[in-house]
Design a protein around this ligand. Structure first.
Ligand code: HEM
Ligand code: HEM
Length: 224
């Protein structure tokens, strides 16, 4: 536990890097699939796979605001949190608010579904496929592709809601969430508590999580 003078780290650099890379990759993945640049689509898809896997591992060994266990615990205070929004007695949360925990889990689940189904997808004439499609029948590969296509609609919807929520926080609640996701920091005075969790990304867990996610992509490429 540490205290610090004027600014405090809320999002470590890996959370921010993974987030903004995802923001760039999702439109590129859509565009490459639409235009039929499937070699690019699959390479970018595998990059996305490694980012999603990194984020999942980071949820168990990363900085405090990245960890899934405190995030799940926060869901328990959803009702009082919604009450503070209604009564206009809003107080910022150190890390994801109980409401944003739900949206983050929904986004991560949609991303996991998207990358997993992509690995098994086969296109209609069997020419393009994900690296694991050789392990399943053509029909199952087509079913994976159907889910891949449908889930992209769900992912797009969730991203739309994510952006609307951020705009509501900015313009109705007057809470600026985007800058901390860029700089990592917020004003220390936003949080009255004397003791806040130490929130840095430590080098060893970064190396372990990055190695595991890159090794998985390497294994996938060589299995396919
Ligand atoms: C492809 C589009 C996007 C995806 C898939 C996405 C996904 C996510 C995910 C998974 C998180 C959780 C971060 C974590 O704990 O790892 C998150 C948080 C966040 N995102 Fe995005 N995001 C997208 C676009 C954007 C854009 C365009 C903005 C800014 C305008 C934005 C601003 C934020 C902010 C401010 C948070 C932190 C929310 C909080 O305070 O709890 N996101 N996003
Ligand atoms: C978040 C990550 C991903 C996104 C947003 C995404 C998005 C898309 C979209 C929008 C399509 C077109 C669906 C259609 O209209 O038929 C598509 C097709 C496809 N994707 Fe992905 N994709 C992702 C990851 C992957 C991965 C990891 C792979 C494999 C390495 C992959 C392989 C494919 C294949 C083979 C198709 C063709 C399926 C068909 O023609 O029916 N994708 N993807």
């Amino acid at each position: 536990m540490t205290t610090s003078p004027s600014k405090i780290l809320v999002w470590d650099w890996t959370i921010r890097l993974v987030h903004w890379l995802m923001v760039v990759l999702v439109p590129l993945l859509w565009w490459t699939a639409e235009e039929g640049h499937m070699d690019w689509h699959k390479s970018l898809g595998l990059t996305m796979f490694s980012l999603v896997l990194f984020r999942l591992i980071w949820g168990f060994m990363g900085s405090w605001t990245a960890r899934f266990v405190p995030m799940v615990r926060r869901i328990g205070s959803l009702r009082p949190y919604l009450g503070t929004l209604r009564n206009r007695q809003f107080a910022p949360t150190f890390g994801h608010s109980p409401l944003s925990v739900l949206s983050v889990f929904a986004l991560l689940l949609a991303l996991v579904t998207q990358v997993t189904t992509g690995l098994f997808s086969v296109d209609v004439d069997g020419l393009e496929s994900g690296p694991l499609a050789i392990w399943i029948s053509f029909e199952t590969g087509r079913e994976a592709a159907d889910i891949h296509e449908f889930n992209f609609k769900i992912l797009s919807l969730l991203i739309g809601l994510h952006l609307i929520a951020i705009a509501i926080y900015r313009f109705v609640i007057k809470e600026k969430l985007v800058w901390p996701m860029i700089s990592g920091h917020r004003d220390r005075q936003d949080f009255p508590s004397d003791l806040l969790p130490e929130n840095r990304a430590h080098l060893l867990p970064v190396i372990i999580a990055a190695t595991l996610s890159l090794a998985s992509v390497f294994a996938l490429v060589n299995l396919g």
